[in-house]
Design a protein around this ligand. Structure first.
Ligand code: NAD
Length: 339
């Protein structure tokens, strides 16, 4: 029996998770809940997704706009084993899910304390098996874990400093900014370092963040003190074992996030998404054997999508083995063909 999955919140992340879930043969998308009967709702309906209004007030708006809704979120939850909550942070649906006895996955806008369990498929799948609630950390945190976990597991990390250059808004968002400024996050460490520790509790990591007027991707400049001497070849070999890290080369014309997104478009994937973390191969440097420096770029709209699919398998118990779940997810999304 496929696991019955509902999506609450159909924005940047929700629509991608809905598409990814509908590609899985062990899951069934039972419906998506939306606040507004806007163009996104109409396209979702055209794709064959069953629409639900987030509450009674929203249902009235759907009726007025002539967009068919099959009921409210409460009705949808009754048909589901699990809800992927892709609403903005602190939307407050936990009591509703608890009352309905349904499992749920939240996104990185929420605090770790909402679930006390944050998920990354490579790092802690086994710890999340059978849980009622988990959270998939943010795009930046997921990006850091993707490259740091393999280094820590295979080589050993003493200390990390990551400088995060963050995009201001998603491409489809005309409200957020800055549009012509650079904005430092004055808290040190930025919230990303502690957030990485919600999955890798022992990692000694500090993060500094600035926001820039770009919508394409985040970029991280990462400095890692390793526990033993390595060369760049061993670092690259370590990452190559993890298909959710993709390599790009400045020497082949990938000078910036613009070319990485062009590379992603050329892969002809759904929405031109790059689920992998892109590491500049010729930007990986080891100084004095133990000091590693590298640059990576994160497609904020999509890197958490495969993690959500694996989180569904872990908490519903559909698959006990992290590797098998990741391979299944990656095959369905075309991950692994980028290298
Ligand atoms: P979004 O604004 O694109 O989408 C949110 C959706 O939820 C919209 O469809 C909105 O209409 C709907 N919504 C708003 N209030 C609601 C409510 N009270 N009840 C139900 N639905 C409501 O947001 P997003 O970027 O998809 O972010 C969702 C979550 O994913 C957040 O926790 C965010 O931090 C996290 N996240 C975002 C990104 C990103 O780059 N966009 C990356 C990783 C994680």
């Amino acid at each position: 029996m496929p696991a019955r999955i509902a999506i609450n919140g159909y924005g940047t992340i929700g629509k991608r998770v809905a598409d990814a879930v509908s590609l899985q043969d062990d899951m069934k998308l039972v419906g998506v809940a939306k606040t507004k009967p806007n163009f996104e709702a109409k396209i979702a309906a055209r794709k064959g997704y069953r629409l639900y209004a987030s509450d009674k007030e929203a249902l009235g708006k759907f009726q007025k706009a002539g967009v068919k809704a099959n009921g409210t979120l409460e009705d949808l939850i009754k048909e589901a084993d699990l809800v992927v909550d892709c609403t903005p942070e602190e939307s407050g649906y936990k009591p509703l899910y608890e009352k309905a006895g349904v499992k749920a996955i939240w996104q990185g806008g929420e605090e770790h304390s909402l679930t006390n369990l944050s998920f990354n498929a490579a790092a802690n799948y086994a710890d999340c098996l059978g849980a009622q609630f988990v959270r998939v950390p943010s795009c930046n945190t997921t990006g850091l874990i993707r490259t740091l976990y393999p280094l820590d597991a295979h080589i050993g990390i003493d200390k990390v400093l990551a400088v995060m250059v963050r995009r201001a808004a998603d491409p489809g968002d005309s409200k957020k900014g800055p549009i012509n400024a650079i904005e430092p996050e004055l808290e040190i460490p930025s919230h990303h370092g502690p957030d990485v520790r919600s999955v890798l509790p022992k990692l000694n990591i500090h993060t500094v963040a600035v926001k820039v007027s770009s919508t394409l991707m985040h970029l991280h400049a990462v400095s890692v003190d390793l526990r033993r001497e390595v060369g760049p070849a061993e670092v690259l070999e370590t990452w190559r074992r993890f298909p959710r890290v993709a390599f790009v080369k400045g020497g082949e014309g990938v000078k910036s996030t613009a070319e990485i997104m062009e590379f992603a478009r050329d892969l002809s994937r759904n929405r031109s998404d790059l689920y992998e973390i892109a590491v500049w191969q010729d930007g990986v440097h080891v100084v004095d054997g133990r000091h590693l420096y590298y640059f990576q770029a994160v497609h904020q709209e999509s890197d958490v999508v495969p993690e959500n699919v694996d989180a569904i398998r872990a908490i519903t118990g559909l698959e006990k083995d992290a590797r098998k779940s990741m391979e299944k997810t990656d095959r369905s999304l075309g991950i692994g063909v980028a290298n």
